[in-house]
Design a protein around this ligand. Sequence first.
Ligand code: B4P
Length: 192
Amino acid sequence: MVNLILFGPPGSGKGTQSANIIDKYGLLHLSTGDLLRAEIAEKTPLGLEAKKFIDQGALVPDEVVIGMISTKLDANPEAKGFIFDGFPRTTAQAEALDKLLALKKTAISMVLSLEVPEDELVRRLLNRGLTSGRTDDANEGVVKARIVEYHNKTAPVADHYGKFGKFKKVKGDGTVDSTFELLSKEIDELVS
Ligand code: B4P
């Protein structure tokens, strides 16, 4: 079983590349961003609560996202592997994920981290904000708040997996296709 974390700051291309990876490798895609946006669209109590954080560029509380991921793991016992996109975003989430996977007698195989300069991240997110309708891409202040949140709370997740030799940086500022080629090389080594 191959379980990957696609890691990186907001706008680094996690969602974009996840779509390519699931097509090629048949892994099950678990994106906390997508799950939260679905809850918001349905106006569930969880979604209404999460929206308050997302609109400000802040992370949603750990217990909310850990609960969502736990439910999805239980609902997909037949999956041949998972790609976690946008999760874990804190060290507490990483520790919880490791425990959930251990209960299923599996573990994270590798964290692939998309490396993109900050000015390119801001450019991509504001550009997406022109058409996506996403409130968190709507203005430069919110976009920058998300990047600060990433440095403060999410970047330490790299150390958590680095300790186990499971963290790999991948250049993410090329084209979508060239980035996918670099990711594929890493994943091919894991699945071969
Ligand atoms: P996410 O949905 O995870 O959003 P993201 O980090 O903005 O995007 P991603 O890196 O996937 O970028 P994408 O491929 O779309 O999270 C949204 C919010 O939900 C968070 O800020 C947080 O509040 C909350 N949340 C989610 N998970 C959480 C968790 N675990 N804990 C707490 N809170 C959580 O690419 C962005 C743009 O760039 C797109 O327009 C794309 O077309 C473009 N692009 C991609 N690759 C490109 C390339 N190579 N060249 C040019 N453009 C490219």
